[in-house]
Design a protein around this ligand. Sequence first.
Ligand SMILES: [Zn+2]
Length: 325
Amino acid sequence: MYREIREKFGLAAQLAIRVIAKVVETYKVDKTSFHEFMDLGSIVYDQRILSFKGMDQVSISTTSGRIRVPITIGKYGEIPFERIRGQCDLVRKNKLFYLMVAVEFPEGPSINPENIIGIDMGIVNIAVDSTGKYYSGDHIRYVREHHTDLRSRLQSVGTKSARRHLQKLSGKENRFVRNTNHIISKEIVQKAKGTSSAIAIENLEGIRMRTTVRKGNRYIHNSWSFYQLRSFIEYKAKGVGIPVIVVDPRNTSRECPNCHAISKKNRPERSQFRCVSCGLEGEADFIASLNIRNRAAINQPIVAGAIFDHSIHPVASQRASAVGS
Ligand SMILES: [Zn+2]
């Protein structure tokens, strides 16, 4: 399409290439429907068509040639100029243009952990850590249920304006989830740093394996992005040198962290754990986080001693919500 696009729209060579790349990318994600693009949709600029002239100006290729545009940098102004890398997205929002810039982020020197924090991820509690802290999903679920409601009403309307509203809604929801995941992952990593702890998480199948969801909750479940939370934890941990240990997810919710008996009967209810062998009781997601921590400890003999010391008192005491607190 290259030649045709250039002739028809009078685009510079590299801009035509970016247009093709944008279209190709969306079809890579979904080939089953016809894709329409908004007049003011975002455009990817690479170094050939955009360059920074110091920190207060960019030179940018447009349909009327190359122009220089003054820029202001928000709260990230302290990031050294040399760290700006590769491509950026030009986005228009509320009549302002924004450049979304990728920045290279150096990894901190790895710490020698003295402890391990196990993280269990789920639907009811987005995350529970092995110190007994709950990162609640209540607020998320409230917003999602509200959106699900609104979505089904908009879908039944089916007009062009309803479709636009739907698109806006999904963007809003993605930003909300992303923001929540940022808050939770930041808190977890800061806690790990403050206590010189490694972070232990299950490998991904664990989350899918363990969650059986009633029909009505399916939407909430499918779109909740554990993958994102996990990757946020991983990259934030890397930045401050906190090791992330990935453990085998099998039976983390059925094993007793005290006597290691594994039984379905250890879970009389979804939220409740009671060991049929030694009688240990606790909140199920918290018990799972202890098992995740213990599994990681087995592979880290230096810290294992300290870890097992307090695993016999696994009754959760601290309940708090990461959102709105
Ligand atoms: Zn037991």
